[in-house]
Ligand binder design. Structure first.
Ligand SMILES: C[S@@+](CC[C@H](N)C(=O)[O-])C[C@H]1O[C@@H](n2cnc3c(N)ncnc32)[C@H](O)[C@@H]1O
Length: 197
């Protein structure tokens, strides 16, 4: 089974699990890490069922815009139902080969995506390419690395080997992809990285 089929297959249950008021509130508090500003043009890479749509739209305001991208068509279909205005675009696409021009975005957000990327170096280069100079990549996980790795180790194929890199390894990958500076939090409870293009 491909990863895209796997994620399409769990799309309904993923959405159900993460759409509870408790989960949305936890995400709302966590979203401070995205450092969004009014007017930002944002790529939500590996958007899943679109749980970030209301939060990003509220943070970037009417001058901002959002592209929701995921390679699992069923995830994108669920996300589509959450857009309340025409400022959100939906793309079924692969993070390793983004169908966007260079320098298109102020922010790329990758929430719970990194472990699943088969070629992290290639995807990070793509994120770097589509960011404006000085734009920011935010890699974020609401669980610490050990807890998330345990969860994936206990999962079925094709995601059971999808583990998070240690801090130094991620810093190296970001530098190789051309990011100029980065800050990484790898602690129990959260794993977040910010990198500037
Ligand atoms: C764990 S889910 C997280 C979804 C969403 N970001 C969230 O936090 O609710 C990972 C998502 O990344 C998507 N994904 C994994 N690899 C991808 C790739 N190479 N390109 C695009 N999407 C990908 C999956 O289809 C899935 O929807």
């Amino acid at each position: 089974m491909t990863k895209s089929d796997f994620f399409s297959g769990i799309s309904a249950s993923w959405d159900e699990r993460h759409s509870t008021p408790e989960e949305q509130e936890r995400l709302r508090r966590f979203a401070v890490h995205f450092r969004l500003r009014q007017g930002d043009r944002v790529l939500d890479a590996g958007c899943g069922s679109g749980r970030l749509i209301p939060l990003i739209c509220a943070a970037v305001g009417p001058q901002g815009s959002l592209v929701e991208l995921d390679f699992a068509p069923d995830m994108v279909n669920i996300a589509r139902g959450k857009a309340k205005n025409g400022r959100v675009e939906f793309i079924v696409g692969d993070a390793h080969s983004l169908p966007m021009p260079d320098g298109d975005f102020d922010k790329v957000i990758a929430l719970a995506l990194l472990p699943h990327l088969d070629d992290r170096g290639a995807a990070l280069k793509e994120f770097r390419r589509v960011l404006k100079p000085g734009g920011m990549l935010v890699i974020a996980h609401q669980l610490g690395r050990e807890a998330l790795d345990r969860l994936h180790n206990e999962s079925s194929e094709p995601v059971r080997r999808d583990l998070l890199p240690e801090k130094l390894v991620l810093a190296g990958l970001l530098a190789t992809a051309g990011f100029s500076s980065c800050e990484i939090i790898d602690e129990p409870g959260q794993y977040v990285a910010w990198a500037l293009a």
